[in-house]
Design a protein around this ligand. Structure first.
Ligand code: FAD
Length: 302
């Protein structure tokens, strides 16, 4: 008997693909222009939500708020504000959460954050602050059960964590505190994600574990980022970018090919939800979303 082969396009076409986009708050006017250009380009793809990061040590608190509030006020997008436990008391964090609620924000990405001395330095909770990300999730839900709360997940384990199981214990605590969704640290080998997912499900965790995808706009920056985040960079990936330091046009094509290969393989294996680390740049993410079958809302209506 002949096996029925379902092509990748048929599969992706038959499923609804949901995406979300992550941005960081801009430091200056030039970066602000880049960010808003990217938001305008990606908004017509109707993402589930767009999230705005919170700088290390709470350093971007005001800029994160301003960006989230502008998204809420000037676009049809649903913003999610990242928030960490770092360098603030519970009362200070609760005030931030309440001010988001008053402004109409209903989605928070709740994180422990890194030590004020930088990622890799030993973390100590702030005196009077939330001790863990799970405690922060519970605190947010206590302020209002309207909040949707996303949390982090680490397919290759967080660098502070002794084992993957210890890491999954923390994820379980966050889920028990009310987390609605986890977004993974980026990874380049899809097997890492699927192995992790098996362990998470075996632990009785049933919330969506959305893969975080980092399109490699700049290989050196991505490698530095990965080293700090405890994500591995496979030799084959380094090899693909090798020799292209002075060839930005080819680098961009390779980056698109690498990301396309990764997300289409995930789709082939049943994944329908993606979170993109945009680094505030739209082009690559827009192209990958196009491959995933997403079209600007205006085209669909035509
Ligand atoms: P958790 O999930 O709470 O903990 C991670 C692991 O560390 C767990 O396994 C836990 O067991 C272990 N652990 C926690 N505390 C301790 C301890 N005291 N001793 C030993 N082990 C411990 N950072 C920002 O600053 N701003 C952001 O906006 C931001 N956004 C992010 C978004 C996503 C989707 C992800 C994946 C990460 C993001 N980060 C951000 C990075 C994050 O803050 C760091 O990775 C931080 O080190 C851990 O925070 P967490 O909430 O992920 O940790």
């Amino acid at each position: 008997m002949n096996a029925i082969r379902i092509s990748r396009n048929d599969r992706a076409g038959a499923r609804r693909i949901d995406v979300s986009f992550e941005f960081f708050p801009p430091k200056d006017e030039a970066m602000e222009k880049i960010l808003w250009g990217s938001i305008e380009r990606l908004a017509p793809l109707s993402p589930n939500f767009v999230s705005v990061t919170y700088g290390a040590g709470g350093s971007t608190r005001e800029r994160t708020h301003a960006t989230v509030k502008r998204i809420l006020g000037e676009t049809p997008l649903t913003p999610a504000a990242h928030l960490t436990c770092v360098a603030a008391t519970k009362a200070e964090i609760d005030n931030v959460v309440r001010s988001y609620h008053d402004a109409g924000v209903r989605h928070i990405v709740a994180l422990r954050g890194d030590s004020v001395d930088g990622a890799g330095a030993k973390y100590a909770p702030h005196p009077g602050g939330y001790e863990t990300s799970a405690a922060l999730v519970a605190g947010i839900k206590k302020i209002s059960s309207d909040f949707e709360v996303s949390v982090s997940a680490y397919p290759e384990k967080h660098p502070d964590s002794a084992t993957v199981d210890a890491d999954i214990d923390m994820l379980k605590a966050k889920v028990d505190a009310g987390a609605n969704r986890a977004i993974t640290q980026f990874f380049f080998e899809n097997d890492l994600y699927f192995r992790y997912l098996d362990r998470v499900r075996a632990r009785g965790i049933n919330i969506p574990i959305v893969p975080g995808i980092l399109p490699v706009q700049n290989f050196k920056a991505a490698t530095n980022f990965a080293t700090r985040a405890g994500a591995s960079v496979p030799a084959w990936l380094a090899d693909r970018f090798n020799g292209l330091d002075n060839d930005p046009a080819t680098r961009k094509l390779i980056a698109a090919a690498v990301a396309a290969e990764q997300v289409l393989d995930l789709v082939d294996q049943g994944v329908t939800n993606f979170h993109f680390y945009t680094m505030n740049r739209a082009d690559l993410v827009f192209a990958i979303c196009h491959l995933l079958g997403l079209r600007p809302a205006v085209d669909q209506a035509a």
